[in-house]
Design a protein around this ligand. Structure first.
Ligand code: DC
Length: 225
C-alpha cells in the first residue's frame, strides 16, 4: 500500500509521515530530501544551477540512499554516494537552491524513477509534492496537507532553532516559504497541486495528533476493504 502525503513546505508532512509510518509499521520515503541531495551535490561539485543539462546529469549519476539509526524504524539519515548529508541538506543555502533543481525535468525523471522503484518494495508512506499526482497516481490513500504560510513559517523557525540549522529570522523564513510556494506551484513540470481524489487536511487548525489519527484512519479503512 502507498500512502501519498503531498503539500507545501512546512505543512508538517515530515513529522506526520514518519509518525503514520511508525504507527502502521510502514516504511517512509522523504522525496524532498532527494531533491535536496541533488542540490547539495550540484553546489558541492561547483555545478551552476543554471546549467540544467549538467544538473540533470548529476541526478542520473549520484546514488541517494537512506539509513536507519539502530532501533529506529524511520530512515532519517541521508547519503549521497556514501557521504552523509543529513544536516548539510537542511541549510538556508540548500533551501534557496532546491526549487531551481527540482524544476529541471531531467532531475524529476531520474528521481521519480528511483521513488517508484523504492515504493514498489512494500508498504510506504511517501511524502512530497507530486506523489499523488505523478509518482503514484494509483496510491491507495492520498492526502494533501496544508497550513497558512504564517503558521508554516512559525513552525519552520522553531524546527530550525531545535536543529541549530537554517534561519531563525521569522520574516526571512516567511519570505522564503512564499517564494518557494510560488516556484513549486507555477513550474511547468509536476507543479504542486492536490490530486483530484486527495483528502485535503489543513493543519493550521488541527493538532498534529489529529492529523496523524485521520491519516491512519483513512489507511485502516482502505486496508479493511
Ligand atoms: O519537502 P522539502 O522542503 O524538503 O522539499 C524540498 C524541495 O523539493 C521543495 O522546494 C520542493 C521540491 N520537491 C518536489 O519538487 N517534489 C517532491 N516530490 C518533493 C520535493
Amino acid at each position: 500500500m502507498i500512502i501519498a502525503i503531498d503539500g507545501p513546505s512546512g505543512a508538517g508532512k515530515s513529522t506526520v509521515a514518519k509518525a503514520v509510518a511508525k504507527e502502521l509499521g510502514f516504511s517512509c520515503l522523504d522525496t524532498g530530501a532527494m531533491y535536496r541531495a541533488v542540490a547539495w551535490r550540484a553546489l558541492h561539485d561547483g555545478v551552476s544551477l543554471e546549467d540544467t543539462e549538467a544538473v540533470g546529469a548529476l541526478a542520473h549519476t549520484c546514488t541517494i540512499s537512506f539509513r536507519h539509526e539502530q532501533g529506529d524504524p524511520v530512515p532519517r539519515r541521508v547519503f549521497v554516494d556514501d557521504v552523509e548529508v543529513t544536516g548539510a541538506i537542511r541549510t538556508a543555502e540548500i533551501d534557496r537552491s532546491v526549487s531551481a533543481v527540482s524544476a529541471v525535468p531531467a532531475v524529476r525523471q531520474a528521481l521519480v524513477d528511483q521513488q517508484r522503484r523504492i515504493g514498489s518494495e512494500g508498504n510506504y508512506v511517501v511524502e512530497g509534492r507530486d506523489i499523488g499526482t505523478e509518482v503514484f497516481p494509483n496510491a491507495e490513500v492520498k492526502v494533501f496537507l496544508t497550513a497558512s504560510a504564517e503558521e508554516r513559517a512559525h513552525r519552520r523557525v522553531r524546527q530550525n532553532a531545535d536543529r541549530g540549522i537554517g534561519s531563525i529570522d521569522y520574516q526571512e523564513v516567511l519570505a522564503d516559504i512564499i517564494r518557494r510556494d510560488e516556484l513549486d506551484s507555477s513550474r511547468d513540470t509536476a507543479p504542486l497541486r492536490p490530486a483530484k481524489d486527495a483528502v485535503l487536511l489543513d493543519s493550521s487548525s488541527m493538532h498534529v495528533e489529529e492529523v496523524i489519527g485521520s491519516i491512519c484512519g483513512l489507511a485502516r479503512a482502505r486496508m479493511a476493504l
